[in-house]
Structures are given as C-alpha cells and as structure tokens.
Design a protein. Sequence first.
Length: 153
Amino acid sequence: MLTEFGKVLIFFLLGAIFVGVTLAVSRLVSPRRPSKEKMMTYECGEDPIGEPWVRFNIRFYVIALIFLLFDVELAFLFPWATVYAGLGMFAYVAGALFILVLFLADCYLWAKGDLEWIRPEPQIPKLADLIDHSEVVAQEGSIPEEKQSPVAS
C-alpha cells in the first residue's frame, strides 16, 4: 500500500510524463519553416529598430508594480464581499480598514509623485532665496551677527 508521499511522487511523475509527451508530440507534428520574418523579435506588431538593449524609464516599471499590487489587493475584496454579510460587523470593519489602508497608500503614492508619467525636475531651494536680507537691513540698519557669513567677519 502506498503512503501519502508515494501518492505525491506518482502524481509528480505522471505530471512530468504528461509534459514530456505533450512536448514530444508537438515537436513531431508542428511544421518548421523558419524565415527571416519568423525569426525576428516580436515587439507588439512593430518592426524592431535599433539596439535591443535600450534604457527604459524606471517609472513604467514602478507604475506596473503599483498596478499589480493594487490589483492583487483588490482581488482579496471579492471573497470578503461574498461572506461579509454572514460574519457581521467584524467583517465590515475589517473590510473598511482594508479599503482605508488602500486609499491611504494610493494618496501617499499620488503625493509622492509616483503615479506621474513624467516627474518634473526637483526645485532645490537656495539659502539666498529663503533669506531676504533687504528686510533685515531695512528693519535694523545692518545684518545681525548670527546671519552674517564667516567670510564677512
């Protein structure tokens, strides 16, 4: 009599045999007539132009990962929606908290600018732009000592 591990081993062996037979039959039956067009790289119906190693903006990947993350998390809401009526208020509160966390994460990504296709160049403020010395000079008649640079003294 087989143990549970023996049944699992037979299952894996039958799966490997099935895959091997399927690949062998498709190799025997399929026509092979390679041509220049068939051997070209397929790029969404466009003819490939230039080098294959082109740098892409990382933003495309980030947006794709964010989409996958929210899509998978949204898939968790379907089972919750089917059973929450039977579970009562606890399930409702748990689902509401889950949706709130998703909403806050979306707001964070939006505020951070990760949902923009093209991020504007960061504007780095300069110290001279932040301090208006003309107001200080007009009020006190001179620049206070703590605001003077060490070069001036």
